[in-house]
Design a protein around this ligand. Structure first.
Ligand SMILES: NC(=O)c1ccc[n+]([C@@H]2O[C@H](COP(=O)([O-])OP(=O)(O)OC[C@H]3O[C@@H](n4cnc5c(N)ncnc54)[C@H](OP(=O)(O)O)[C@@H]3O)[C@@H](O)[C@H]2O)c1
Length: 335
């Protein structure tokens, strides 16, 4: 079968196309013919050696993919050949609190990922794709969508009428926008680009802030909410935006700490105290959360935002497209 491996963590050029034997499912595993994969910022960080978790040498990259089951190992009961499925980011986090071995089960990191024609996954690490989605759409769900869902719904107990602030227009943030709208919440979207803000508006954002022309976007959020502050921030900037997110929330509001896209800065713990802020670190999510999210997306007909689809041969170009930051939503590779 065709696959890519990451020969070293020295950059996108270390991605190498290889031929290898297709893996065979063992007890409790399924083999999936991958139809589409999607990229996350993490995949860039892994390729450039900037990811904080250990990575398997010569790993097959990418956590996210969807396809069709072509073989099942002994004792598999939940799936059959022909089922349309998506893989779970963590192969070993079915429900509850994550155990210490969960991180090593992350696809495209601790364990081989989805950028291959055939992959073997744990039965508990796959789930049926929402029927209304194409494989390209289903492939966008495992990391970005579930992270946004985990932040807003599982921890944030998202309610109709809440005000949610999403940062930028990348994968996590556009799912957060859609999930918030699905739940009847008000959305403030920020971006470095007015053109992208117009697209966020078309997707349902109520209020738009360009964080380049309005670097004090936390004050803009306060103005929009009449001085109250927002209920939740989906924080993807990290140290460079965290302080502003704390300033943007209402008293007792929530900052879900997800990403670290913007540079370093110091955090003043007194602000957390003064705001009685809830700060929650988020790490993608479990299979049970993924199932709940897939049900909600199916019921509401939610369609992921696919920015662009690249061919298998052009996988390195897909990485470069993500690195350029010109995308809106998700970047997909068709296998
Ligand atoms: N903890 C977890 O489980 C988890 C899961 C998924 C992702 N993440 C992290 O979350 C972050 C986003 O991931 P992603 O895959 O959604 O990335 P992505 O699709 O590459 O999104 C990047 C976008 O973020 C926006 N951005 C960049 N710097 C910003 C800043 N200073 N302020 C506001 N927005 C900024 C830009 O949007 P505009 O072009 O519109 O300005 C950029 O296009 C990454 O750090 C990633 O590692 C963490």
């Amino acid at each position: 079968m065709r696959a890519y491996v990451l020969k070293s963590q020295t950059g996108i050029e270390a991605l190498e196309r290889v031929e290898m034997a297709a893996p065979v499912p063992a007890r409790g595993q399924v083999a999936v013919r991958v139809v589409a994969c999607s990229l996350n910022y993490r995949d860039l960080a892994i390729a450039t050696g900037q990811y904080r978790q250990p990575t398997k040498p010569s790993v097959i990259p990418l956590s996210d993919g969807a396809g069709e089951i072509i073989a099942i190992g002994p004792d598999v009961t939940r799936f059959k050949i022909g089922d349309r499925v998506a893989g779970c980011f963590f192969q070993n986090w079915s429900a509850g609190e994550p155990g210490s071995d969960v991180q090593n089960s992350a696809l495209g990191g601790g364990r081989d990922g989805m950028l291959a024609e055939v992959v073997v996954l744990e039965e508990g690490g796959v789930l049926a794709m929402p029927a209304h989605m194409s494989f390209e759409e289903g492939a966008t769900l495992p990391c970005a969508a579930l992270t946004a869902w985990h932040a807003l719904v599982e921890h944030g107990h998202l309610m109709p009428g809440q005000t949610i602030l999403v940062q930028g227009t990348g994968g996590v943030s556009m799912f957060a926008l859609q999930i918030a709208r699905m739940a009847g919440a008000e959305v403030i979207a920020t971006s470095s680009s007015d053109e992208k803000l117009a697209r966020a508006k078309a997707l349902g954002a109520h209020h738009l802030i360009n964080y380049k022309t309005r670097p004090d976007w936390e004050k803009a959020a306060m103005e929009i909410t009449g001085g109250r502050g927002v209920d939740q921030v989906v924080e993807v900037g990290g140290p460079g935006t965290f302080g502003k997110s704390l300033a943007a929330i209402r008293v007792g509001g929530r900052v879900s700490q997800i990403g670290v896209l913007a540079g370093m800065a110091e955090v003043n713990p007194a602000v957390i105290l003064a705001k009685r802020a809830n700060v929650q670190g988020i790490s993608v999510g479990s299979t049970r959360m993924f199932e709940a999210m897939a049900r909600a997306f199916s019921l509401n007909g939610l369609k992921p935002v696919v920015d662009r689809v690249f061919a298998f041969d052009a996988a390195p170009d897909a990485y470069r497209h993500l690195r350029a930051g010109a995308h809106f939503g998700k970047v997909v590779i068709n296998i």
